[in-house]
Design a protein around this ligand. Structure first.
Ligand SMILES: [Zn+2]
Length: 255
């Protein structure tokens, strides 16, 4: 995970329509609170708005077409998901904890709550999980203070992910045992428990390390060494797949 910087201003479609859509969903909730909490009725969200092509395009650009959590380039195989950092429909403190309804329904169209992710991080692993260090402070309505919450999921825009999550080879770990990084990596996203992701990371690292050798071999032609160096420079740029892992691998102190 690397730090993501998206435009401060929401896309026009959200600026024009998010407030009314939020009011509408809040009104539905007020009218059927008990049934929604019991799961007899579910809140409907306007996917055509929060995942509008302009919203998605802006998110994709800011995320360089990569999943905000696992840093896989997703666009060549899937459309990718507009991900709600705070889940909109329901929430769970832990995988084994009860599903609480509703979720952060009033944030469904909130630009600050939207990220770009792959379907595996979002749909298979994270889902409704949103553990807090202080679950008693969980915001239940628009009037509650989000700033009182201590989310355990590392935020790609509000945190400095690379100061919290490190890599040993293709495996992510919590730097200095940081609790939030630990929960993010191992409980929420299971980054070290996904064989195909690990295989892809491992292959990527093998290439990076080979190029690193080539870049420093004295008997290799200078032009080839330069080409290897240029490739390595690109592999740690924000646009590069698995940039945080590659940066860790190329950092002299990492091993
Ligand atoms: Zn992902």
């Amino acid at each position: 995970m690397i730090r993501v910087n998206k435009p401060v201003q929401a896309p026009k479609v959200l600026r024009d329509r998010a407030a009314a859509a939020r009011s509408a969903v809040c009104a539905v909730y007020r009218g059927a609170r008990a049934a929604i909490q019991r799961g007899e009725t579910t809140l409907a969200f306007d996917r055509g708005l929060y995942a509008h092509r302009d919203v998605k395009k802006s998110l994709e650009e800011a995320h360089h077409g990569k999943c905000c959590y696992c840093e896989s380039k997703v666009k060549h195989v899937t459309a990718g998901d507009v991900e709600h950092y705070r889940p909109k429909a329901a929430v769970q403190q832990a995988r084994t904890a009860p599903v609480e309804r509703p979720g952060y329904y009033w944030l469904a169209y909130e630009w600050g709550n939207l990220l770009f992710s792959c379907g595996i991080c979002n749909g298979t692993h994270k889902r409704n999980l949103f553990p807090l260090g202080n679950p008693e402070a969980r915001a239940r309505s628009r009037r509650a203070k989000l700033s009182a919450e201590k989310p355990l999921l590392v935020h790609p825009e509000q945190d400095e992910p690379e100061q919290l999550i490190g890599y040993r080879d293709e495996y992510a770990y919590a730097i200095d045992g940081d609790q939030r990084a630990e929960v993010t990596v191992n409980e929420m996203l299971r980054l070290n428990d996904r064989p195909s992701l690990l295989e892809r990371r491992r292959d990527h690292l093998a290439h990076v390390r080979r190029l690193q050798e080539i870049a420093t071999m004295p008997d290799v032609p200078a032009a080839l060494r330069a080409e290897a160096s240029a490739w390595l420079a690109r592999s740690v740029a924000a646009e590069a797949e698995y940039a945080s892992m590659t940066r860790a691998a190329l950092r002299p102190s990492s091993h």
